[in-house]
Ligand binder design. Structure first.
Ligand SMILES: C[S@@+](CC[C@H](N)C(=O)[O-])C[C@H]1O[C@@H](n2cnc3c(N)ncnc32)[C@H](O)[C@@H]1O
Length: 170
């Protein structure tokens, strides 16, 4: 009994491991996937990075529906393992393990961010060194400070999404 209880506690800690970094796991709503795709507007074979990709569900959907290439970076061992195994069945999705601050983002045409705003300062520095000038950045819920988004997707009672270009961030 004690062993099962300990394993359950351990699994829960590992599942929500991201909470010790830049935000705890909370998936993007499925009904928002197409809204996100339209706002970021990537072309077939362009590359989207999801920083903290959770179960990877958004990436699996977008890769199939819009024929884009996707890279997810996830720090929770459980979410990573789950999405890594699933990615074996998706040619265009690559899931990487670890802290996204330690990964190179230079091939990204688009980046999806659903994180706590406390991460934004460090993220913006990373974007300015890593990203291409024309890369797009789509931010969920909390806009970046002091920068006007290029476009937004707003819906009554739903999350707002903000689209930025890398260029004005640096
Ligand atoms: C709010 S969830 C979003 C999940 C997914 N992007 C989605 O939209 O469904 C944030 C995710 O980021 C992960 N995370 C937090 N900080 C991270 C870091 N520094 N590096 C990698 N992943 C991180 C968490 O474990 C969690 O799965």
């Amino acid at each position: 009994m004690i062993i099962i209880f300990t394993l359950l506690i351990l699994a829960t800690i590992l599942l929500f491991w991201g909470g010790f970094f830049d935000v705890v796991w909370l998936p993007t709503k499925k009904r928002d996937y197409n809204r996100i795709a339209k706002l970021i507007d990537l072309q077939p074979n362009e590359i989207l990075y999801d920083l903290g990709s959770g179960t990877g569900a958004l990436l699996f959907y977008l890769s199939k529906r819009y024929n884009i290439r996707c890279v997810g970076i996830e720090i929770s061992p459980i979410l990573y393992l789950y999405s890594k195994v699933k990615s074996l069945f998706y040619k265009k999705v690559n899931i990487k393990y670890g802290n996204f601050f330690n990964h190179d983002l230079s091939e990204a045409d688009g980046v999806y961010v659903f994180l706590h705003p406390k991460a934004y300062g460090k993220l913006r520095k990373k974007f300015s060194t890593d990203l291409k000038k024309e890369s797009k950045i789509l931010v969920s819920c909390w806009p970046l400070n002091n920068i006007k988004p290029m476009r937004m997707s707003k819906k009554e009672g739903e999350y707002t999404y903000y689209l930025y270009k890398k260029a004005p961030l640096c």
